[in-house]
Design a protein around this ligand. Structure first.
Ligand code: ZN
Length: 485
């Protein structure tokens, strides 16, 4: 990257979040946006390793839930793309491969905008009898392509990283049970591992996935108060089974349509939340498990002490149980502190001639920068201890942040006031989350410059009271509203 990489961030996170975010993405070397094709970015090593860890956590979790991995091609047959009528709504966003060399292709193929239309034609060949069910497959470390107008690293891209499970069941009850399991995966990976707080919603009918019966999402809030949908689970009902001719012979000998679900954690969106929610004015802050390097050792030497200090640091590195880097470049210690704080390395160890002679190390934690002098023989247990302190602190900050960003409004004026000063989630009484509520949702959006109805809490919906903030009819639901990406 440019020489500017290691300069600090020039704006405060709470004063100009958008600029802060762009600078962290570049200066922490998460992505390089200079590739030259709009909406396509290069995932730089530091960022890519964090993304890879998120993938690993998801892979472990869904495999523990009996999913088998597979890998489908990048391209999809044209005729499959619009087989499911509602799902065909993706059409305006699809990229097409139309030429092979200089010749026009006999049959154009699409770059996958999502996985259903490529995977389900194969399921119709693979699934024959009740013995094949449940069928649980997933693909990981793949990309998806959509022709988005505005793009932003890790929030919206024309090419973005994807992970998807596609499950088939004999009954709707089995499918709904899977929806619960998918929510548990989100809880395990997004909250417990990545420390990103969220609310789980059932989306209103007008905002569900195209072709699904229902859509469920864990949504978090970015520091600018906008909703970030980090994953979605869809109860597909039998719509896709019908469209793609997936059926099975049941125990009673009859041919039946199965029930399907799919789950798509947005790898990018989780990354955006990690950056945005945990980071501070000096850069990225990462939960211990997600950091590509857990420890950076910074040698501090004067003329004459360089060799002994560096040797001590290299020996120290060998004795550590954690992934570690010794920064023995010629830059100043201050420059190195800034560089590794920007990248979110959880623990810094400072070693100077004093530490060498006393056989100690000075340990500094990324979150509050407290310094602790540690005897060299205790260094591994101290890092372990500090890693737990770091994770607890990240979790605590995230919880406080999230709690402060959810408000109640009884009517439209109150909602508007909150959106002006705080943004975030606003709970409001609403008439309906079925099709007939869409008119009120559209009007809300229009009158508030883009506030969306996120949905009702799921699985435990709150009890409704009061009147719809738009039409004043008796409210059937408490819905959460927010501006969104
Ligand atoms: Zn209404």
């Amino acid at each position: 990257m440019s020489k500017k990489t290691n300069e600090g961030i020039t704006v405060k996170k709470n004063e100009d979040f958008s600029e802060w975010y762009s600078q962290v993405v570049q200066k922490a070397e998460l992505a390089d946006i200079r590739y030259g094709v709009q909406g396509f970015i290069v995932h730089s090593p530091w960022g890519f390793k964090i993304l890879r860890r998120i993938y690993e956590l998801l892979e472990q979790d869904v495999e523990a839930d009996d999913h088998e991995p597979f890998l489908f091609p990048l391209v999809i047959k044209k005729e499959n793309l619009d087989k499911e009528e509602e799902h065909a709504g993706f059409a305006p966003e699809v990229f097409w491969v139309t030429k092979s060399g200089s010749k026009k292709m006999e049959e154009e193929v699409a770059l996958r905008p999502t996985g259903e239309t490529q995977i389900y034609p194969m399921y119709s060949l693979w699934i024959r009898s009740y013995n094949d069910l449940p069928y649980k497959g997933y693909q990981s470390r793949i990309c998806t392509y959509r022709s988005e107008k505005t793009t932003r690293p890790f929030l919206r891209g024309r090419e973005f990283m994807f992970f998807e499970t596609h499950d088939v069941f004999a009954t709707h009850d089995d499918a709904l049970e899977q929806v619960e399991k998918d929510l548990t995966t989100s809880d395990e990976v997004i909250w417990k591992q990545c420390k990103i707080p969220f609310l789980s919603f059932k989306r209103p009918q007008w905002d569900k996935f195209m072709g699904a019966l229902n859509t469920f999402t864990p949504d978090t809030l970015m520091p600018d108060g906008k909703r970030n949908q980090m994953a979605s689970t869809h109860d597909l009902g039998q719509n896709f089974a019908k469209a793609f001719d997936i059926n099975f012979q049941d125990k009673d000998g009859k041919q039946k349509l199965p029930w399907q679900t799919c789950y798509g954690p947005g790898i990018w969106r989780i990354m955006a939340a990690l950056i945005g929610i945990h980071g501070d004015d000096t850069g990225l802050i990462l939960p211990f498990d997600l950091a590509p390097k857990k420890v950076v050792i910074v040698p501090i030497f004067k003329e004459g002490s360089k060799d002994s200090v560096i040797k001590y640091c290299e020996d120290l590195k060998k004795s550590l149980d954690f992934s570690c880097i010794v920064d023995s470049t010629d830059a100043t210690p201050g420059f190195k502190y800034n560089k590794w704080e920007m990248k979110g390395v959880p623990i810094r160890i400072e070693v100077g001639p004093k530490e060498v002679s006393e056989k100690t190390a000075t340990v500094v934690l990324r979150t509050d920068k407290t310094k602790t002098s540690v005897k060299i023989e205790d260094i591994n247990s101290e890092i372990k201890k500090q890693s737990l302190t770091l994770d607890k602190e990240i979790e605590k900050r995230a919880k406080v942040y999230f709690k402060d960003n959810t408000h109640d409004a009884k009517d439209l004026n109150e909602l508007k006031k909150i959106m002006k000063s705080h943004r975030g989630f606003v709970r409001v009484p609403f008439c309906s989350v079925e099709k007939d509520g869409e008119k009120c949702a559209d009007k809300l959006k229009e009158l508030t410059d883009g506030v969306n109805v996120c949905g009702t809490l799921y699985p435990k919906e709150e009890k409704a009271s009061g009147n719809c903030i738009m039409c004043d009819k008796k409210a059937k639901h408490i819905v959460y509203t927010a501006k969104s990406y």
